[in-house]
Design a protein around this ligand. Structure first.
Ligand SMILES: Nc1ncnc2c1ncn2[C@@H]1O[C@H](COP(=O)(O)OP(=O)(O)OP(=O)(O)O)[C@@H](O)[C@H]1O
Length: 349
């Protein structure tokens, strides 16, 4: 099977898009989430750093420092936030940047926190600016100023908060203003997982789901999961469905199921391939700017930048240059194309 066996830009489900797809998937994810740092696969540096931070806080009987978790979707940010609360024996409160559109939304949330609670704000870079400013003071002094009234008669009333630990998650750490970033005591940059680590993730999931699946099939699924545990778990489910319906198993079922869902042998999905083919064919391999690329593919620039590109860069199919995105030699080869045939000089390869 080669990349050319797949539709170029055809419509259809993007099974490897690393966002939860449905309520059913959210429930499934919840059941599979590791509950402790010891169960959490991979990210060994981040685990060790978090362990130290939590242990020190517990020995001093204080709330752990604020933590920022940065990295592409599906790598375990929410899971780590839950583990921070669990390991430090504290309650977790969950919110998200898009739900905090006014400073008042944040004031209501912060003032309702009980002493020592862990507040998780997912997609923290999407919070309203006015709320961000309120958060600076809250993180530093456990205090906010509430504005009462408008215009010349407006006054600010200080309100003390219970001490809390903020865990922020972002796919776009670069979008956070420096004053906010600086107030986190620790920033963890989550990396894509190796195939071996993903194999451990789905071996554990298969065990929990009581699925019988051979190690060769698990390795194949892991290798096609874009370095992302969420995708690995999802592909495992689709292979399970295929095996059930077609009474087939082993690599045959893996290959057939993943072909059905448009996942190629490197784990690239429809959108990945659309982006690559656009750079290769429409822009002769690049360079092409993000905005132009997004418009050509008909996708949001943010999705390309935070979901598609990090993985394509990591596997060496695209490079980012000051002049734009450039396809690498390996991208041409993946599609069985050649730069010369497409009129490309080979620059930047
Ligand atoms: N290190 C890991 N070990 C085992 N399972 C993991 C690991 N990381 C993530 N998972 C699993 O992958 C799924 C997605 O993880 P999670 O929701 O924590 O990702 P996320 O980074 O918060 O994603 P998003 O940015 O979309 O919110 C969960 O089912 C979780 O159990």
């Amino acid at each position: 099977m080669s990349a050319a066996d797949f539709d170029e830009v055809g419509a259809g489900p993007d099974i490897v898009t690393p966002m939860p797809e449905s309520q059913a998937e959210l429930a499934f994810e919840g059941a599979l989430r590791p509950k402790s740092l010891a169960e959490f696969v991979g990210q060994s540096k981040v685990r060790a750093q978090l362990e130290l931070l939590l242990q020190a806080a517990s020995m001093q009987n204080r709330t752990p420092d604020h933590i920022l978790l940065a990295g592409p979707p599906g790598l375990g940010k929410t899971t780590l936030a839950m583990i921070v609360a669990h390991e430090s024996g504290r309650q977790l409160r969950m919110s998200s940047g898009p739900a905090i559109q006014h400073a008042g939304d944040l004031a209501a949330l912060l003032s309702s926190l009980l002493p020592g609670e862990v507040l998780f704000i997912d997609e923290i870079h999407r919070m309203a600016r006015s709320a961000e400013e309120m958060l600076y003071l809250a993180m530093e002094d456990f205090r906010i100023d509430i504005m009462v009234g408008k215009g010349a008669g407006a006054t600010s009333i200080p309100l003390d908060l219970a001490p809390f630990t903020l865990v922020g998650a972002t796919t776009r750490a670069g979008l956070l203003p420096n004053p906010l970033r600086d107030r986190f005591g620790f920033t963890a940059h989550l990396e894509f997982y190796s195939d071996g680590e993903l194999e451990q993730v789905i071996t554990r999931a298969a065990h929990m789901l009581e699925l019988r699946i051979d190690s060769g099939s698990l390795a194949e699924i892991a290798g096609r999961s874009r370095g992302t545990p969420r995708i690995a778990n999802r592909l495992l489910r689709r292979v399970r469905d295929y095996s059930l319906v077609h009474r087939s198993d082993g690599l045959e079922a893996v290959n057939a199921a993943l072909k059905l869902y448009d996942v190629d042998e490197r784990g690239l999905d429809r959108l990945d391939r659309a982006v690559l083919m656009t750079v290769l064919q429409r822009f002769d391999g690049g360079p092409v700017g993000l905005g132009t690329l997004a418009a050509s593919v008909g996708e949001e620039a943010e999705t390309i930048e935070s979901v598609v590109e990090p993985f394509l860069v990591r596997v060496g199919l695209i490079t980012r240059t000051p002049r734009g995105r450039v396809a690498t030699r390996s991208a041409w080869e993946h599609f069985g194309l050649s730069p010369q045939a497409a009129g490309h000089s080979g620059d930047g390869l």
